[in-house]
Design a protein around this ligand. Sequence first.
Ligand code: GRF
Length: 200
Amino acid sequence: LNIAVLISGRGSNLQSIIDNVENGYIPNACVSVVISDKKDAYGLERAMDHGINAVFIDPAAYQSKEKFETALLDVLARFSTDVLLLAGFMRILGSNVIKAYSNRIMNIHPALLPSFKGLHAQKQALDYGVKIAGCTVHFVDEGMDSGPIILQKSVPVLDSDTEESLSERILAQEHIIFPEAVKLFAEGRLDIKGRRVHIS
Ligand code: GRF
């Protein structure tokens, strides 16, 4: 299974995928390429530290989103990508990419979807006053944070929480459920039935 990971920044979720491929938790898999839309994304260094191809695709070098995504599709094809992981990638993918990798793109989101889509999900949860927060791994469709849900994990919200402390508690769970979802995919145990993902 050739895994491609799209990032825009820190890459701690990328790291959890790399570690779980290297230690065999995710079987028969290889992180073939890490692609960033930000030149200075720390995740590119993490990739290089593990001997993984690290590619920066500069959005400013393309006249349109379609052309940027054509370049992206070229790289994905070059590395024979089987599954595409969005790990802190801060762009919405267009229909050409979604169609090319239909039911093979996964995203990690730091909220219990369908609550708190979009940016600053942890702050949205705090501001709303929910008592339970969490994270979601889902298949990606053409909406934002809207595809079929694979796994979710909840965490408590404490009275003392700040955006930082809540984000940290959620992130620890992200690092568990994203590799778990990829493992299930690698083992062929995910079956999409409409909006529902059945796990065998
Ligand atoms: C994570 O909170 C993830 O849920 C969200 O963006 C953040 C990326 O963090 N989509 P990192 O780059 O994986 O450390």
